[in-house]
Design a protein around this ligand. Structure first.
Ligand code: GAR
Length: 207
């Protein structure tokens, strides 16, 4: 059984999708062992408590450097014998040393079709604001491995979602979550835990 840590910063709807998938028996060979929030007020913490999942808060500002923050995260992950780290709306950029230590063991969900609308400064609602400002007709979500390059690791899964007339960043965000993120993320986590994801250089194959 693979121990999973889910890192969050906000509402935690992607965490909820993982909790629901686990309850439905859809996370093969894995269990959510720990939730870590970078924000003490994140609603995600209430979702973890309701599901009886242990949680911890680690705020970036309580550490002098990104390296120290990464070391504190690592200590917690080791204590809980975590094998897979899932970034589910985690808004703190992780230091390079952390990303290389956990190479191919950190999965992120991003609310666009990478390489569009990604990288530094593109997170949460800002991604959807940028997509609407550009006037794209199709957007979506991407699940990918995390590397030292922000949003640059190997892509695991993507799903396209239509932009509709009159969309606001909020309505578009909701549709992308419902039609893509909440489906792709639990599937990718299950595939990882069941040993179905294989990284070959820059790309990922599903067995
Ligand atoms: C989600 O849309 C997730 O894809 C995005 O933040 C939202 C978190 O919502 N993540 C990023 O933008 C990362 N670059 P949630 O807390 O309800 O899961």
């Amino acid at each position: 059984m693979m121990n999973i840590a889910v890192l969050v910063s906000g509402g935690g709807t992607n965490l909820q999708a993982l909790i629901d998938a686990q309850a439905a028996g859809q996370i093969e060979n894995g269990r959510i062992r720990l939730v870590i929030s970078s924000n003490p007020d994140a609603f995600a913490l209430e979702r973890a408590a309701k599901a009886s999942i242990p949680s911890a808060v680690l705020r970036r500002r309580d550490f002098d450097s990104a390296e120290d923050y990464g070391a504190a995260l690592t200590a917690l992950l080791e204590e809980y014998e975590i094998g897979l780290i899932v970034l589910a709306g985690f808004m703190t950029v992780l230091p390079d040393s952390f990303c290389s230590r956990y190479e191919n063991r950190i999965i992120n969900v991003h609310p666009s079709l990478i390489p569009s609308f990604c990288g530094a400064g593109f997170y949460g609602l800002r991604v959807h604001e940028a997509a609407l400002a550009k006037g794209v007709k199709v957007t979506g979500a991407t699940v990918h491995f995390v590397s030292e390059v922000v949003d640059g690791g190997a892509i695991i899964a993507q799903k396209a979602v239509e932009v509709e007339e009159g969309d606001t960043p909020e309505t578009l965000q909701k549709r992308v979550m419902r039609q893509a993120e909440w489906i792709l993320l639990p599937q990718a986590v299950s595939d990882f835990c069941a040993g179905r994801l294989h990284v070959h250089g820059a790309w990922v194959a599903r067995k």
